[in-house]
Design a protein around this ligand. Structure first.
Ligand SMILES: [Zn+2]
Ligand SMILES: [Zn+2]
Length: 326
């Protein structure tokens, strides 16, 4: 269930049909044969499937699994309570954060996104061993069952509860996608469509077959956006996993991730007379915190030199809450 590597996706070039292997984090598809470059975009999350074995004539049903990879931050407040009794609210921002005790853990899991106790709860290592495909790349592949976003939230909540003694768990996702695994029905059994072996469903195959037949179908396909600047029409260069692309011609920046290009404001450090400059990207976020004035650096100092401890605690909690929305 826990693994540490990216999956590979097999995709045909939308222009010439040449086979291309992508990493799951790749967003730019470049074809070395016809030199096409397109941006891979999705309205919400990417959906992949594990191709079934060849030569099957039965209807293939694709079972959805959540794939989640990222960092999980755990906040414990035990120390802070002790500190609160002892120090009579006289600590600064840095000591406030220290007493909250934040730890992080790498998260890399996949789990069933259907409400069923009988179907396999995880894909195990299978997605690493196989080349995946984008859902919608082959119209006649079969029926893709609709996944449940609620199950993903429930899973993360359960995980937090199981790990005990935690005040709050914040998950910052690096990847959240859905991977479909194929099954088919024959001789009153439900078969794994890769191994062509019946699943162990505790003799409730007919019940599962009914669930598969009556489930809602998921329609989706990846969008290919031409990598041309919407302002001046110039080619947009970029690394294959770029989330923002820059136009060298008209000096604009674009976020192509949500099915079309949205202009992004950016600024860069003034360059010295040196050609060897590498620019590292940083997100700049504007946030609003309600409850007390915090517009300037002076406000920040005022809040933290104040004897009103309650306000300081609110401040640090708000900051942590912000992490959730990054
Ligand atoms: Zn091509
Ligand atoms: Zn341009």
């Amino acid at each position: 269930m826990v693994n540490g590597s990216n999956f590979q996706i097999e995709q045909q070039c939308p222009q010439c049909g040449a086979p291309i292997i992508l990493d799951e984090a790749d967003r730019i598809l470049s074809c070395k044969f016809c030199r096409t470059r397109v941006y891979l975009a999705a309205e919400d999350i990417f959906r992949f499937y594990i191709p079934p074995a060849e030569g099957l004539s039965e209807t293939i049903y694709f079972i959805p699994y959540w794939r989640i990879k990222g960092l999980s931050y755990t906040i414990k407040e035990k120390d802070m309570n002790r500190e609160r009794q002892n120090s009579l609210f006289s600590y600064s921002i840095s000591s406030t954060i220290r007493t909250i005790d934040i730890s992080n853990k790498y998260f890399d899991i996949n789990f069933l996104s259907l409400d069923s106790k009988l179907l396999p709860h995880s894909l195990g290592l299978r997605p690493q061993a196989m080349k995946l495909k984008f859902v919608g790349s082959n119209e006649s592949e079969g029926k893709f069952l609709k996944f449940s976003p609620t199950l993903r939230d429930n899973f993360i909540n359960d995980y937090q509860t199981r790990t005990g003694g935690i005040h709050k768990e914040i998950f910052i996702g690096e990847t959240a996608s859905v991977i479909y695994s194929p099954v088919y029905c024959a001789n009153n059994r439900v078969y794994d469509a890769l191994l062509k072996k019946p699943l162990d469903l505790q003799k409730r195959d007919v019940e599962i077959e009914q669930t598969l037949i009556s489930a809602t179908d998921e329609k989706w396909h990846v969008e290919f956006l031409p990598l041309l600047c919407p302002d001046c029409g110039a080619d947009l260069p970029g690394e294959k996993d770029a989330l923002i692309v820059f136009c060298d011609n008209c000096h604009t920046a674009w976020n192509p991730s949500n099915k079309n290009f949205i202009r992004v404001k950016y600024c860069a450090w003034r360059e010295a007379k040196d050609d060897n400059i590498t620019y590292l990207p940083f997100w700049q976020l504007k946030v609003k915190i309600a409850g007390f004035p915090l517009e300037t650096y002076a406000d920040l100092i005022k809040v933290n030199s104040s004897k009103e401890k309650k306000k300081k605690i609110i401040f640090s909690r708000k900051c942590l809450r912000l992490l959730k929305y990054l």
